[in-house]
Design a protein around this ligand. Structure first.
Ligand SMILES: Nc1nc2c(ncn2[C@@H]2O[C@H](COP(=O)(O)OP(=O)(O)O)[C@@H](O)[C@H]2O)c(=O)[nH]1
Ligand SMILES: Nc1ncnc2c1ncn2[C@@H]1O[C@H](COP(=O)(O)OP(=O)(O)O)[C@@H](O)[C@H]1O
Length: 217
C-alpha cells in the first residue's frame, strides 16, 4: 500500500474575541489525534477554569521578555494589553514528526508564522461571527469577562476583522456544526497538497517510473 509521509501542518486560527476559535479548536482537537495544540505563553492572568500548561503557560512579564529575547518564541505579539507568544520547540518537534499543530493566535501572530521558515507548511483560517450583535451576545454568554473587558474586546474586534483578507480561508461561524465540518474539510484538503509531502511524492513517483521501466505496464 502507498505510504506517503508528509510534514506536519501549522494550522493558524484567528478571529475576533468571541467568534468561536476556542470552541472550534477544542472540537477539532478532540476529533483528531493527529492535531496538537500550540500552548501559548502569556502575561494575561488565568481565567476561572484555565490551567497552567493546558490552556496557556502563564508568565511574569520579565520571564516572557526573556523568552522572546532569546528566540524561544516562533512569534509573539501584544494583544489587549498583554503579551502572547508561541513557544518554538514544540512546533518544530511536531512538524518533524508529521503531526499537525494548531495555533489560536491574533492576526499579528498569523502573519509572523506565515513569514517564518515554517510558513510554507502553514494554512491560515479566519473565523467571522454571523453579526456583531451575535459576537457581543456570545461574549456576554461566555460569562468570563467584566462588562468593561467585553467593551474593550468589542472595540478591538473591528481591527481584528479588518485583517480577514490576508488569510487563506474565511469561515462564518453561524451554525457551529457546519463551521466545524468546514474547518475539518479545509484540513483534509491541505494535508493532501502536493507541496506538503513533496519529498515523499517524489520517491513514490520514482517507484511508479521504475515499474514502467521493468515493463510492468
Ligand atoms: N500572536 C499571538 N496571539 C495569541 C497567542 N495566544 C493567544 N493569542 C490571541 O490573543 C487574543 C486574546 O486571547 P485570550 O485572552 O485567550 O482571549 P480570547 O480572545 O477570548 O480567546 C486572541 O486573539 C488570541 O488568538 C499567541 O501565542 N500569539
Ligand atoms: N456557532 C455558535 N453559535 C452560538 N454560540 C457559539 C458558537 N460558537 C461559539 N459559541 C459560543 O460563543 C462563546 C465564545 O466562543 P469562544 O470559542 O470562547 O470564542 P473565542 O475563542 O473566539 O473568543 C462561547 O460561549 C461559545 O460557546
Amino acid at each position: 500500500m502507498a505510504n506517503i509521509t508528509r510534514n506536519g501542518l501549522l494550522i493558524i486560527l484567528s478571529s475576533p474575541s468571541g467568534a468561536g476559535k476556542t470552541t472550534l479548536s477544542r472540537r477539532l482537537l478532540e476529533a483528531d489525534p493527529n492535531v496538537a495544540f500550540s500552548i501559548s505563553a502569556t502575561t494575561r492572568p488565568p481565567r476561572p477554569g484555565e490551567e497552567e500548561g493546558v490552556h496557556y503557560y502563564f508568565k511574569e512579564p520579565q520571564e516572557f521578555a526573556r523568552m522572546a529575547a532569546e528566540g524561544e518564541m516562533l512569534e509573539h505579539a501584544e494583544v489587549f494589553g498583554h503579551h502572547y507568544g508561541s513557544p518554538r520547540l514544540p512546533v518544530e518537534a511536531a512538524v518533524n514528526e508529521g503531526r499537525d499543530i494548531l495555533f489560536d493566535v491574533d492576526w499579528q501572530g498569523g502573519q509572523q508564522i506565515k513569514n517564518s521558515a515554517l510558513g510554507n507548511q502553514s494554512v491560515s483560517i479566519f473565523i467571522l461571527p454571523p453579526s456583531i450583535a451575535a459576537l457581543a451576545a456570545r461574549l456576554k454568554a461566555r460569562g468570563q469577562d467584566t462588562a468593561e473587558v467585553i467593551g474593550f474586546r468589542m472595540k478591538k474586534s473591528r481591527d481584528e476583522i479588518s485583517h480577514w483578507d490576508s488569510y487563506d480561508y474565511v469561515l462564518v461561524n453561524e451554525d457551529l456544526a457546519t463551521c466545524e465540518s468546514e474547518l475539518k474539510a479545509i484540513i483534509r484538503a491541505e494535508r493532501l497538497r502536493r507541496e506538503h509531502s513533496k519529498a515523499a511524492l517524489n520517491t513514490f513517483v520514482q517507484g511508479l517510473n521504475a515499474e514502467f521501466e521493468r515493463g510492468l505496464a
